[in-house]
Each structure stands twice: as C-alpha cells, then as structure tokens.
Ligand binder design. Sequence first.
Ligand SMILES: Cc1ncc(COP(=O)(O)O)c(C=O)c1O
Length: 371
Amino acid sequence: MHLPAHVAAYVRRLDRYPAYVYDLRGLSAHAAAIRAALGPVELFYAAKANPDPEILRTLEPHVDGLEVSSGGELAHVRETLPNVRLAYGGPGKSDDEIALAMRLAVERIHVESPNEPARLAELASGRPVDVLLRANLAIALPGAALTMSGPFGMDEDTLDACAHEIARTPGIRLRGVHAHLASGLDAPTMLDLAGQVTDWALPWLAARGVRRPEVNVGGGMAVDYRSPEARFDWTAYGRGLPRDGTVRLRIEPGRAVTAYHGWYVTDVLDVKTTHGETYAILRGGTHHLRTPVTKGHDQPFAVPASSGPPAGRATLVGQLCTPKDVFARHVTVPALRPGDVVAFGMAGAYAWNISHHDFLMHPKPTFHHLR
Ligand SMILES: Cc1ncc(COP(=O)(O)O)c(C=O)c1O
C-alpha cells in the first residue's frame, strides 16, 4: 500500500521497533473533510475506535462531541477534553458508571433497557437527565460486516414500555432515539438505514410528545481493508441525509474516522520456509495489532526501503507462540531479509487498544505522533 511521504520520512528515522506512528496531520485533514460533507448533521466520534489522547485532541476541532461506552472511557475523555460534549451508552451500566456520567456532565445517555430510567433517576438525585432510547429495530442489512443483534438496545415493544416508564419518572427527559445497528456499510446502504430509522423514529417520538426530536443513527461506515485507498463516500452520505430541520440528526462513527492514519511499524527478525510456505517473522505481533485476527483480513502494508519488484509470496507473522499470530497470509512481498522494515497501515482504529498487549510479555511499541 502507499506510504505517504512524510510518514515514510519519519519511519526511516525510527531506531526502535515496533512503533505505532499516528499521522495527525492526515487525520486532521480527513476529519475536516468529513465535517464539511455532513453540513448540519452532528458528528460524534466513537472513542472506542481509538482513545489515544493526541488523536482525541486532533479530532476535537472537527467533531461536535464524543460517544463513550464505559466509565473508563468517560473519565479518560473528560480528562483529555474537559469541555467536549459527551454521549454515554452501553448495554450494562453499573451504578458507579451512571453516577460518574452525572458528575462529568454527560449531555445524552443512551438508554438500553426499560430498567435503566428508574436507576438513572435515583442516581441523578434530582438533576435532569436527557436520554435517547437505543432502538434495536428489525431492519435487514445485507452486506454488513457486523450486525448488533443481541443485548444492544430494545425492540419495539420494549421501547414502548420504556417510554411509558420515562413518562412516569420525574427528571428523565426523552429527547430521541439512538440506533447503531451494524458496521461495514457503504454510503448508499447507510443512507437507506438512516432513512428507515428516521421514518420509524419521527412518528414514534411525535406520538410521545417529543419536540425537536433527535435521532442518532450510529456509526459503522465501511472501511475496506482490501482497498486501503478507498474511502467511505462522505460527500454522498452528507448530501443524502435529511437536512430539513424536522430532526436533529447525529452520527457516531469510529473506524472510518481514524483507521487510515495509524501505522504499526516493525522489522523482520527472520525469514524461513517450512512445509513449502515462506514466513517472515516480525518483531512484535498481533498482541499489538489484533485487527487482522479479529476481522479475518490481511493487514495492508508497505515495505518502505523496497524499490524492487515483488519477489514472491510470504506469510507475515509475529513472535507469538500461536498459529493465529498472522498479520497477512500468503501475500506478495519484495525480497525480505532480517532488518527490513514493514509498515502496516490502517492501524489507527481498533488496533492497539483492542489488542492483548501482555501476552508473552514482549516489549511494548513506542508511540509517535506526526503533526
Ligand atoms: C454504540 C456504538 N456506536 C458507534 C460505534 C462505532 O462504530 P464504527 O467504529 O464501526 O463506526 C460502535 C462500535 O461498535 C458502537 O457500538
């Protein structure tokens, strides 16, 4: 894959591997373009994709707020960005987390169960709480990489019961609906999804007396690891979303915001052939970059020092004692030797922060932020 010149220049100066290199300059331009494409639609970044403080600070000028899904994320984001608007959700909220959300002035709570309003009211001790109800609507989503079936949100019957409960609970104010139903969807499918959610939500909210309704249609914008240069079509998406003022629309993407601007850079320790397969064994492993294992893809990469033609095929693995420690299987590579540097791209989301860092106790990567 293509390695931008300023990232390549920095990678050449690294003297220790593995290293995570975050291209904050590229991220800032990317986030600004997303912001511009969305017009009046609110953009909340899903911190779970990558909560690195420098990444959060880089995104802050371009987003309307952040979505957090745990007390840990809440405390971290509030400390990093003291004034940012926050939405807090998650299928299992502890009393401590709810109390923290109250203390740290979360703007919207995403209610995921009919049992939550009473607990929110009790822990809010008289403070008003503004909520969106997370809807788990039965919408068919062909082509989704992941659908959020299971314990997330409520189906239509339970939503009715929950709204009824809220109407009887002083201090809890129903503001709208939240629906994060799937991930890995292209812009036309995302628009179709947003249309189906708002078509259902607006009359439903109107019938419950909600004025200036809010609908958060979630994240899940596609990132195609097989086509590292492809991007979700934010322009078409922004143009297609309702802008007529009948609804305060919000989205909360994570992966499609930060995936492209992180690189996991490491060096080759050994190259060998066993049972007919050539392996390049790299320093570190998928305990630092778990993304290809969880998503089942070959992590795209560049070999910065190579200018020669492809030399053959190899499987790029790490140092872990498990056959699952594979970055990319049977991929075309230039001639690789010990000491050569390999830079895995698309490592800016669900990469370091979802990885099992302590397995086998290898040294941790160093972290670099390019401004
Ligand atoms: C509630 C919620 N919102 C937003 C996101 C972000 O999704 P993505 O990173 O695919 O855009 C997730 C991811 O799981 C989520 O669970």
